[in-house]
Design a protein around this ligand. Sequence first.
Ligand SMILES: [Zn+2]
Length: 228
Amino acid sequence: MLLAEQRRLLCEYGHRTAEAGLVVGTSGNLSVRDGDLVAVTPAGAALGRLKPEDCPVVSLDGHPVEGDRTPSSETPLHLAVYRATTARAVVHTHAVFGTVVATTMTELPPVHYNTVLLGGVVRVAEYATYGTPELAAHVEAALDGRRAALMANHGGVTIGDDLEAAFEATRLLEWLCEVYVRAKAVGEPRVLTGEQLAAAARRARRPAHLPRPGDGTARPDHPPHIHT
Ligand SMILES: [Zn+2]
């Protein structure tokens, strides 16, 4: 079986996506790329009940390579993302809070600094009918420089170097959307400025400089090199 390990991982993360409540019914789809081939979840399948042989393999230009099942209707979106980015995995869900934001906003207001872990402020891709090249093009544009995008009146999509990273990005996207929606119910959320986000991004790139046992030099926020 081609891409046997990748198809096994599709099932593992499909099951986890369903268990986490990020999809309902047969919605949502995942894919993983290996070279010029992509393994993708099949159309009309519940992610919680997938088996490796259910997941077809297609070429980057969408031609069937192996598998009996029809690839997900959003396969054109997955393939467009692979052609435009260095991603090795894509996760698409209709998670509740992400869909709430995607239905009401043009971007996810950055109310928490963990927004920087998704590459910056998450954009909402313009609406287009599901499964169309138009939707794929809108999502490709919204993902520019990001690891996540929301899709107007539809759901969300995340990318990663592997399925674990794309799955965790989906969980983080949903968490950020839930925090925003719940904060909005309490009051008007404070939105972080571009400067505050840039500072958080710089901080995320720096090692923590936490002291280790027996190490008297490294202090939090005081790297050794600034002590003269
Ligand atoms: Zn969808």
